[in-house]
Design a protein around this ligand. Structure first.
Ligand code: IPE
Ligand code: IPE
Ligand code: MG
Length: 263
């Protein structure tokens, strides 16, 4: 019997700076409520945290940052809040893209765009096009995104393009059709706001991601808090199913190979 081949990486990275950080930016509403402000004031303030964290990631040499801005379930919120969030997203695209471009940042938007109006979809396309060849940080914003939607749309897109795969396909065949095919899987997941759940974020991609939860509300999150999350990540041993002893053996071997090269 052939062994089941998982596409999850099998060689754990040495615990340096994570290559890909994915964040659920939660707690905006509670931050506002604590200050007797309307919930939307929390979303507004959360934008400043986004700027701070994007800048910090660029400086720290993080290659990929993925932010959950609006989930496929967030449509269930009061209409005024949904409409405010859509307006804020549009405004961000209009105001911030030039700055992202100046900083050599590539912007990607993932999620189901069919519910966005033409204006918003136009801005998204322009922003992605303008920044497509930038090489410092890849910033992905997940908007009207759901992990289950992602897997379903990937299966559908794959079968449209390659109907012969219907009878038999594996992870490697499906992966090019997933929303984040251009990025490695997240190394570190951060959720602010105290809840300890995934809320239908990157379900497929986070199979082996290190999870970090903090009570800090998103508008109060900052560079120092990000660095604390990275420090926690650096203490983890990523085993990808193996034993600690195997990892240490491998490390020793790598050091020996490196030693021979250096000589
Ligand atoms: C996260 O903050 C932002 C979005 C979901 C758009 P919330 O709005 O969920 O804030 P809380 O969880 O109610 O405090
Ligand atoms: C998750 O936060 C989605 C985003 C941050 C965009 P929610 O506040 O919507 O998650 P739940 O409803 O508490 O799980
Ligand atoms: Mg919330």
């Amino acid at each position: 019997m052939a062994l089941f081949q998982s596409s999850t990486r099998t060689i754990p990275d040495a615990p340096g700076v994570p290559c890909h950080i994915a964040i659920i930016m939660d707690g905006n509403g509670r931050w506002a409520k604590q200050r007797f402000l309307p919930r939307v004031a929390g979303h507004q303030r959360g934008v400043e945290t986004v700027r701070d964290v994007v800048g910090a990631c660029r400086e720290l040499g993080i290659a990929y940052l993925t932010l959950f801005a609006f989930s496929s379930e967030n449509w269930r919120r009061p209409a005024e809040e949904v409409s405010f969030l859509m307006q804020l997203f549009l405004k961000m695209l209009e105001r911030e893209v030039a700055r992202l471009h100046d900083n050599n940042i590539r912007l990607k938007i993932i999620g189901d765009r069919r519910h966005f109006d033409d204006k918003l979809n136009g801005r998204i396309a322009e922003a992605e096009q303008l920044t497509a060849n930038n090489t410092s940080l890849t910033l992905t914003v997940a908007a009207n995104y759901g992990g289950r939607w992602d897997i379903m749309q990937a299966v559908q897109a794959m079968l449209r393009a390659r109907p012969e795969l219907a009878a038999n396909f594996g992870e490697a065949e499906l992966e090019p059709y997933l929303s984040m095919h251009y990025a490695p899987e997240p190394d570190l997941f951060i959720r602010t706001g105290g809840e300890q759940r995934i809320s239908n974020f990157l379900l497929w991609q986070m199979a082996y991601t290190e999870l970090y939860f903090t009570d800090t509300l998103w508008p109060a999150f900052n560079r120092e808090a990000l660095q604390a999350a990275i420090r926690s990540y650096q203490t983890r041993e990523r085993r990808f199913g193996r034993t600690s002893e195997q990892l240490r053996g491998e490390q020793l071997q790598n050091e020996q190979v490196q030693g021979t090269k250096d000589r």
